[in-house]
Design a protein around this ligand. Structure first.
Ligand code: NAD
Ligand code: WQD
Length: 340
């Protein structure tokens, strides 16, 4: 069975491609390399012994996309990762974000009409909930007005997919609302490749431990939490990778009655920024210099998933601990420095 993975050389995409290949799916990757490197393809090959079909295509480019789908009519499922993801950058360049994250989705859905009963998995985000009133967050929590163009693109995308399915489109889809993916493949052959100064916590932590950054700035210690720092649900990217094939399999079942559904994907556990710092130091036996600074505008106090629905309906549960993820992230970071 052939699965198209857009953004398949990115952080979550590359780990998902490995999971799909290990389940013997045939994988075709479309990526424009805007936020990754072609070397990731070699990492995938070294892990799995298989080289997926790769097309360097920008999905905003309609004619290239049309040609690709005309030449590849036997795709059974699409996993759509390709997007821009930096919250701060989206405030500065909203039109670029709407073009890449929204217009390109529309082009992709239009092309999917050439396929026979296509299944579609969409990378959504817990950012759609904003600061939820009740924790842990269930899928029934209201979607709140986004506080960044990036967050808004995820909300709009979910609506576009639903509207298309409601209109009678021959598509079945699942939106996966990821919490905070971290870590790397334990082989350290693939991982996260932040370009420039990392905006996310764990890449900043690993680069600080490696001496590439002087110290970590912890954004605020005056939140109403156990130690004053924000709480998040950090999920190992390998656990996150696994769910994509499971979600596709649900859609492929003959008795699947739900044409659109949404699932939270997290561990269900909340950890503070200082929990991350302390666990990182402990599992890796390294010192992490940090200082407390002002809050970062736009940060929510706490977000962690209620995983009841995903556990019950998709029979999936995160297996790996945060410590394991922080070990794998550190191994990956060290490997980057060795290979420089
Ligand atoms: P990433 O940037 O590592 O991967 C995205 C990939 O898509 C990159 O390889 C990039 O080159 C490619 N790409 C971007 N625009 C493209 C285009 N127009 N045409 C072709 N390829 C294109 O990001 P990621 O962390 O792997 O995130 C994957 C998806 O998951 C994104 O949709 C993101 O919004 C979503 N998500 C990520 C997080 C997170 O914290 N990493 C959390 C929630 C949701
Ligand atoms: C985690 C915690 C920071 C960096 C973002 C997006 C969200 C989703 C996941 C895509 C927060 C603190 C961070 C640093 C720090 N992405 N922090 N010092 O903010 O939960 O979510 O990524 O959909 O949409 O908004 O993740 O890793 O940036 O921050 O203290 O240098 O670490 O304040 O509490 P966040 P993050």
């Amino acid at each position: 069975m052939k699965i198209l993975v857009t953004g398949g050389l990115g952080f979550i995409g590359s780990h998902t491609v490995v999971a799909l290949l290990e389940k013997n799916y045939e994988v075709v990757i479309v990526d424009n390399l805007s936020n990754t490197s072609i070397d990731v393809l070699e990492g995938i090959t070294r892990i799995t012994g298989k080289t997926p079909d790769f097309h360097q295509i920008d999905i905003r480019n309609k004619s290239e996309l049309i040609q690709f789908f005309d030449n590849t009519p036997d795709i059974s499922g699409i996993i759509h990762f390709a997007a821009f993801k930096a919250v701060g950058e989206s405030v500065e360049k909203p039109l670029d974000y709407y073009e890449n994250n929204v217009s390109a989705l529309v082009y992709l859905l239009k092309e999917s009409r050439k396929l026979k009963q296509p299944k579609f998995i969409f990378s959504s985000s817990c950012t759609v909930y904003g600061q939820a009133e009740t924790l842990p967050i269930t899928e029934n929590a209201p979607v709140q007005k986004a506080n960044s163009p990036y967050g808004n693109t995820k909300q709009i995308d979910e609506e576009i997919i639903q509207d298309y399915i409601r209109s009678g489109g021959d598509l079945e889809a699942i939106s996966l609302r990821y919490f905070n993916p971290i870590g790397a493949h334990p082989s350290a052959l693939i991982g996260e490749l932040p370009i420039g100064v990392p905006q996310n916590l764990v890449p900043y932590v690993t680069q600080t431990a490696a001496g590439k950054r002087q110290e970590l700035s912890v954004f605020g210690d005056d939140y109403p939490t156990k130690d004053g720092t924000c709480i998040r649900d950090y999920i190992h990217v390998m656990d996150l990778a696994d769910i994509h094939a499971i979600a596709l399999e649900k859609l492929m079942k003959k008795d699947n009655s739900q044409k659109y559904d949404v699932f939270n994907v997290g561990t269900g556990k909340g950890n503070s920024v200082l929990d991350v710092v302390n666990t990182f130091e402990k599992v890796n036996d390294v010192k992490l210099p940090y200082k407390i600074v002002d809050r970062r505008p736009g940060d929510v106090t706490a977000a962690y998933a209620d995983t009841t629905k995903v556990e019950k309906e998709l029979k999936w549960k995160a297996k790996r601990s945060m410590g394991e993820a922080l070990k794998d992230a550190w191994r990956w970071e060290q490997k980057q420095h060795k290979s420089q």
